[in-house]
Design a protein around this ligand. Structure first.
Ligand SMILES: [Zn+2]
Ligand SMILES: [Zn+2]
Length: 419
C-alpha cells in the first residue's frame, strides 16, 4: 500500500541514500562496495537481484502479478577522479574521488522507484528491470556495453534513464525526441619527425611544426569540409612532444575528441583527418599514426518512449516545467548504446538550487538541490506504469493483427486470415 506516510518516509530515505553514496564514491570499474550496498538494499525489499561475473553491475527484477511487457530503468554507479571542494557533512570520504556527475542521486532515485514498485507489486502486469550500470565514465568503453553483452535488453520492450542536470532548476525536466546528446569519439595522433640540433634544423624533421599545421588543418576540416548545417566539433585537449629546448622534436602526440549528432558526419570525419595527416606529414618528410576510437553513440530518443516521459512528467509537474524540445548538447552518455536497438528515452532532471551558485557536472563544487530526488522518483515511477500499460496495449494490438495459424485438412498448417 502506498500512502502519505510512505511518501514522507521515502523522501527522507532518498536523501539518506544519496548522501551515503556521495560520501563513499568509487571510480569506474571499481564499484564493488556500491554494488554490495545496492544488493543488500534491494534484497531487503524482497527484490530478486541478478549479479554478473565480469563487472559490478546489478539488475533488480520486479515481477507483477501477471505476465506482460518488460520495462527497464537504468542508473549509473561510478564517480570521477576529482577531489571534492564542497564543505558539507556528506562530502566524499575518499580523497581524489567524487560523485561529481550526480550518479549518487541517480542510484538513490532508482532505489526510490524500487521501493514504490515493490510496495505495489501484484497491481500490474509485466516485469520491471532495474539496471545498475558500472563504468559510465569509462569512455570509450562504458559499462552499458557489458550489460548489453550479458543480454540485459533481450526481453525488454522499452528502457528509460535520466541525468541530473544543473542547467535546469529543480522541478523542471528537459527532453527531446531524436538526438539529445552527442556521439563521442576519441582521436590520438602520433606525428613522427627526426631529431636534430636546433641550430641545424635542416638535418631533422620537426614534429612540432607538423603538429602546428595539423591542428590548423583539423580546424579547416571542421569549418570547410563539413556541411555547416551539421553539428560537429573537434577539440584537441592534450599535446605532448619534444625532449629539450634546443632539440628538434622527434615526436608529438595530439589527444582529442570529436562530437557529432549525425551518424553520416560521424563516419566522414576520421576519413578526412587521415587524408589531412598523410598530406601534411608527407609534405614535410614526417610520418603519422592515427588511432581513432568510436566511443559512445548519440543518445537518440525514440518517439513513443519520449512521449511517455513527457506525459508522465506533465502529471507530476506544471507543463511549463516540462521542456519537451530542448536544445541537444555535445556531452555524451553511454545510455545511447541501449537505444541503438531498443526503444527508450533519456531525460534531464533539473537539480539547480534556487538562490545558490550552481556548478556544472564534473566540477569539484558540483552539488544538487536534493528535492529533485523526489521529483525524479515520481516521474520515473509514473513513466514505468504508463510504459507498462502502453506496451501491454501494443502487444495486444500486435497479437490481434497476427495471421492465425491453424490446421487445415490432414495436418497441413495454413493461414486462414487476419483476426
Ligand atoms: Zn559524467
Ligand atoms: Zn553522468
Amino acid at each position: 500500500m502506498w500512502d502519505k506516510r510512505n511518501a514522507l518516509e521515502l523522501a527522507h530515505q532518498l536523501v539518506l541514500w544519496r548522501r551515503m553514496f556521495h560520501s563513499n564514491p568509487e571510480l569506474s570499474n571499481e564499484e564493488q562496495k556500491t554494488s554490495l550496498v545496492i544488493f543488500d538494499i534491494l534484497t531487503s525489499m524482497d527484490i530478486e537481484v541478478q549479479k554478473f561475473a565480469s563487472h559490478f553491475g546489478l539488475c533488480g527484477i520486479i515481477k507483477g502479478k501477471y505476465p506482460g511487457p518488460v520495462i527497464a530503468l537504468r542508473t549509473d554507479m561510478d564517480a570521477l577522479p576529482i577531489t571534492e571542494a564542497n564543505d558539507v557533512p556528506y562530502r566524499s570520504q575518499h580523497t581524489g574521488v567524487m560523485h561529481a556527475c550526480g550518479h549518487d542521486g541517480h542510484m538513490a532515485i532508482m532505489l526510490g522507484v524500487a521501493r514504490m514498485l515493490s510496495l505495489c507489486a501484484g497491481e500490474f502486469a509485466g516485469t520491471i528491470k532495474l539496471i545498475f550500470q558500472p563504468a559510465e565514465e569509462a569512455a570509450p568503453v562504458g559499462g552499458a556495453g557489458f550489460l548489453i553483452k550479458d543480454g540485459i535488453l533481450d526481453d525488454v520492450d522499452a528502457i528509460f534513464g535520466l541525468h541530473l542536470w544543473p542547467d535546469l532548476p529543480c522541478g523542471h525536466i528537459g527532453i527531446r525526441q531524436g538526438a539529445l546528446m552527442a556521439a563521442s569519439d576519441r582521436l590520438n595522433i602520433k606525428i613522427l619527425g627526426q631529431a636534430a640540433h636546433a641550430g641545424q634544423p635542416q638535418y631533422g624533421v620537426d614534429a612540432i611544426t607538423i603538429a602546428a599545421d595539423v591542428i590548423q588543418g583539423l580546424g579547416h576540416i571542421m569549418n570547410r569540409q563539413i556541411d555547416p548545417l551539421e553539428t560537429a566539433t573537434l577539440s584537441i585537449g592534450k599535446i605532448q612532444g619534444g625532449e629539450r629546448y634546443n632539440v628538434i622534436a622527434q615526436e608529438v602526440v595530439l589527444d582529442g575528441t570529436v562530437r557529432t549528432l549525425g551518424e553520416e558526419v560521424r563516419k566522414e570525419i576520421p576519413v578526412k583527418i587521415k587524408r589531412l595527416l598523410d598530406g601534411i606529414t608527407a609534405g614535410q618528410g614526417g610520418a603519422n599514426a592515427l588511432d581513432y576510437q568510436y566511443g559512445y553513440p548519440v543518445v537518440n530518443n525514440w518517439a513513443e518512449p519520449t512521449q511517455l516521459v513527457i506525459q508522465a512528467a506533465r502529471q507530476i509537474l506544471s507543463s511549463e516545467a516540462v521542456h519537451d524540445d530542448v536544445k541537444p548538447v555535445l556531452a555524451a552518455e553511454d545510455f545511447g548504446n541501449y537505444l541503438l536497438k531498443t526503444p527508450g528515452a533519456f531525460f534531464w532532471l533539473g537539480c539547480a538550487k534556487e538562490g545558490h551558485e550552481n556548478y556544472h557536472l564534473h566540477s569539484s563544487n558540483f552539488d544538487i538541490d536534493e528535492d529533485t530526488l523526489v521529483v525524479g522518483t515520481k516521474i520515473m515511477y509514473k513513466t514505468v506504469l504508463m510504459a507498462l500499460a502502453h506496451y501491454e496495449k501494443k502487444r495486444n494490438l500486435d497479437a490481434a493483427n497476427q495471421p492465425v495459424l491453424t490446421k487445415v485438412g490432414y495436418g497441413k498448417v495454413g493461414t486462414i486470415g487476419v483476426r
